[in-house]
Design a protein around this ligand. Structure first.
Ligand SMILES: C[S@@+](CC[C@H](N)C(=O)[O-])C[C@H]1O[C@@H](n2cnc3c(N)ncnc32)[C@H](O)[C@@H]1O
Length: 232
């Protein structure tokens, strides 16, 4: 699949204005609850949370929740200027720092960050494994990497859901967003992505340890909690 920076950045720049609306429509607002649960989990486990990066932050639905943790700073990073511009309009907080950058090169020192979250972003990373090394570099030892994503799943062949996700969503999504391919890409990128089990195996090869997997929806939308175990 074409996941070059130009393609991905262009696609999100193009759909930015309709992104939140379509997310809430397609998930019937369940996505809001899934993001909220990440914050609850961080609180419950008392993870250090002074410095947080929300990577692939987009229009900021996850950063909005993370701000409730009252971190010293929340860095919200994304390649798409238009997505960040909408976040700037949506959220006003002196703790929030917006950054336009690629997840391949994070402008942070080694071992400096407590938590990195990625909401529905990592599936789009062209060089995912290199990004995992970069995330590992900037996280403190025992720092947390928390990923919510749509993973491919064999049971996912449930006819009704496949019809909805493969046939209805691309047509409605492309139509409403005004994009020719963004919502067809969404379906294909999930079908071609790792299963949650394979994703955990790959991530653990980059010096992370899995702590918890939470199945949010049909085994497709999962939240995966990792801890950095050492330097690469
Ligand atoms: C589906 S949106 C998710 C937005 C938000 N995290 C949420 O939960 O709604 C994916 C975001 O990832 C960003 N993105 C994709 N590839 C990226 C990369 N290599 N580096 C940084 N951001 C990236 C896109 O620009 C887009 O805003």
């Amino acid at each position: 699949m074409d996941k070059t920076r130009k393609k991905i950045q262009g696609m999100f720049d193009e759909i930015a204005g309709r992104y939140d609306f379509l997310n809430h429509l397609f998930t019937m607002k369940m996505d809001l609850r899934w993001r909220r649960e990440i914050v609850k989990e961080i609180e419950m486990n008392n993870y250090p949370k002074d410095l947080i990066i929300d990577l692939a932050t987009g229009t900021g639905d996850l950063s909005l929740e993370l701000l409730k943790l009252k971190p010293e700073k929340l860095f919200a990073a994304d390649i798409s200027y238009n997505m960040l511009a909408l976040q700037k309009k949506k959220i006003s907080s002196e703790k929030l720092v917006l950054l336009q950058c690629d997840s391949l090169h994070l402008p942070f020192a080694d071992n400096s960050i407590d938590i990195i979250t990625i909401g529905f972003g990592i599936r789009n990373f062209e060089f995912m494994e290199k990004c995992l090394d970069e995330i590992n570099r900037v996280l403190k030892k025992n720092g947390r990497l928390i990923i919510i994503e749509m993973f491919s799943n064999n049971d996912f062949k449930t006819k009704l859901f496949n019809f909805y996700f493969g046939k209805v969503m691309p047509v409605v999504g492309n139509l409403i967003s005004g994009s020719k391919y963004a919502y067809s890409y969404l379906h294909k990128s999930v079908a071609n992505f790792y299963s949650v089990k394979d994703f955990v195996n790959v991530t653990e090869k980059h010096n992370f340890k899995i702590e918890k997997v939470k199945n949010n929806f049909l085994g497709v939308v999962n939240t995966v909690y990792f801890r950095k175990i050492s330097h690469h």
